[in-house]
Design a protein around this ligand. Structure first.
Ligand code: RB5
Length: 206
């Protein structure tokens, strides 16, 4: 397989180990850096390089590593076509393949031990996607990321309404009353608006 890999400064040691393992297993590896554990870098820079190369099918899969894995996961998943899964053990790594068809595995070098991480990557690379009902769910994500936000519509006065055709059943649960959010009035059309208003007010009060 052709594999793209990258880390920030917190993940350099683990990245080196994983690169060596992948080469030993016969994979072709592209290391997008960083190369020094001492010089601080910003994880989005490496995440975007790696994720774009996988999304463009220049590489079959990607491996991203930072301290917790959270930053790399957030950044990589902004790239269209990327399903980056932050995994902590064999179970999450395998399920991210079977159910989510993850194309990037993300690891936290300060969270997961070296040997556990290596075993996870090894197992993740060969685990197939199950397809079936999982394909339908992933297709919903793919369709969603290809269009602008459309569940809520705002008019010139700042009134926001839920588009019933676009809203998912989950969003519809939250539809129904008048909610005042600063200068904008949110008018939701169906369902349990009072509950939504209470939750939003509680959130704003925090
Ligand atoms: C770097 O200190 C750390 O913030 C980074 O490696 C990562 O954990 C971010 O999510």
């Amino acid at each position: 397989m052709k594999i793209a890999i990258a880390s920030d400064h917190a993940g350099v040691a683990l990245k080196t180990e994983i690169c060596n393992m992948l080469l030993d297993l016969g994979h072709e590896v592209k290391d997008f850096g960083t190369y020094s554990a001492e010089a601080r870098v910003d994880y989005p820079d490496m995440a975007f390089l790696t994720a774009e190369s996988v999304a463009a099918h220049k590489y079959d899969r990607g491996v991203l590593i930072c301290g917790t894995g959270i930053g790399m996961m957030l950044a990589a998943n902004k790239v269209q076509g990327i399903r980056a899964a932050l995994c902590h053990d064999q179970f999450t790594a395998l399920l991210s393949r079977r159910h989510n068809d993850s194309n990037i595995i993300v690891l936290g070098a300060r969270v997961t031990g070296m040997d556990v991480a290596k075993e996870m990557v090894k197992a993740w690379l060969v685990e197939p996607f199950e397809g079936g009902r999982h394909s339908i769910r992933l297709q919903k994500i793919t369709s969603y990321e290809q269009k602008p936000n459309t569940m809520l519509n705002a008019d010139a006065k700042g009134h926001i309404t839920v588009d019933e055709n676009q809203a998912t059943s989950h969003a519809k649960v939250w539809a129904g009353g008048d909610i005042v959010l600063g200068a904008a009035t949110v008018i939701l059309a169906m369902g349990e608006g009072r509950k939504a208003a209470a939750a939003i007010n509680e959130y704003l009060a925090k």
